[in-house]
Design a protein around this ligand. Structure first.
Ligand SMILES: [Zn+2]
Length: 248
């Protein structure tokens, strides 16, 4: 497969920054409310891409116990990596807690760039498997980045950054999946590296879904909201499954 595919997938995923900013500018607070629901859909896509797309492939490239150890290492690694960097502590934002400081905005952009780079690595590994798994990963990244970027952009504005500057910087920090995807795609050409990257990437997606997004879902109270979230999670799973069927 050509390196063009992971690059296109990464560029597609990076438009989430523009979509998120655009939604805030046109819909305001309603966009932030919608982001809460989009997170539920994203949880389904991320978990399905990891469990149905990456893990089965990982088990074909390495002995099962080695693959599962690496999967575990991926999840644990991301927990402590994020802890060390304290990035993205804002998947759910608390309103009315006063102004956001400028340093928070800068830290946010750098953290965002790093997170997106890792998204790109997972994307490159996924395209190393097949165009279907790659597309499923691109859907999963786009699905969680749109609501994430809605929140990020709102914070940048709240920090007093002018709209255009916020939009530009947010988009630039959203471009890091491109080098990430290229790097991982190049690594995937070596079977030994690929066998290690696959379960690590799966661990990354599971981590983003369960640690980054699920806590945001808990903020919606009530049985109706819970059922709607469940429906959206299943819709996310169905999307990834449907992408996988395109080749079959
Ligand atoms: Zn992401």
């Amino acid at each position: 497969m050509s390196w063009l595919w992971p690059v296109l997938g990464a560029l597609g995923a990076s438009t989430a920054a523009l979509v998120g900013s655009g939604l805030i500018l046109t819909l305001g607070r309603r966009a932030e409310r919608a982001a809460g629901w989009l997170f539920a859909y994203a949880v389904g896509t991320l978990l399905a891409a990891a469990v149905l797309g990456l893990l089965p492939e990982a088990l074909e490239h390495a002995p099962p116990m080695k693959a599962m150890w690496l999967f575990l290492a991926g999840m644990l690694g991301f927990i402590f990596f994020e802890r060390a960097l304290r990035w993205r502590h804002h998947a759910h934002r608390h309103h009315g807690e006063g102004s956001v400081e400028r340093t928070t905005a800068v830290a946010l952009l750098w953290g965002d760039a790093l997170h997106n780079f890792i998204d790109g690595l997972v994307l490159g590994v996924s395209f190393g498997v097949s165009s279907e798994v790659g597309t499923a990963a691109a859907v999963a990244i786009f699905a969680h980045e749109v609501p994430q970027e809605i929140g990020d952009f709102a914070i940048l504005l709240e920090a007093g950054m002018p709209k255009r500057r916020a939009m530009l910087l947010n988009y630039l920090s959203g471009l890091t999946p491109v080098p990430g995807a290229l790097l991982a795609f190049a690594g995937a050409s070596s079977p030994a590296v690929f066998g290690v990257l696959l379960p690590l990437a799966a661990g990354g997606f599971v981590y983003i879904a369960l640690a980054g997004l699920v806590p945001a879902l808990q903020h919606r109270k009530g049985r109706g909201a819970g059922l709607l979230q469940l429906g959206l999670v299943l819709l996310g799973v169905a999307t990834v499954w449907a992408v996988g069927q395109l080749s079959a």
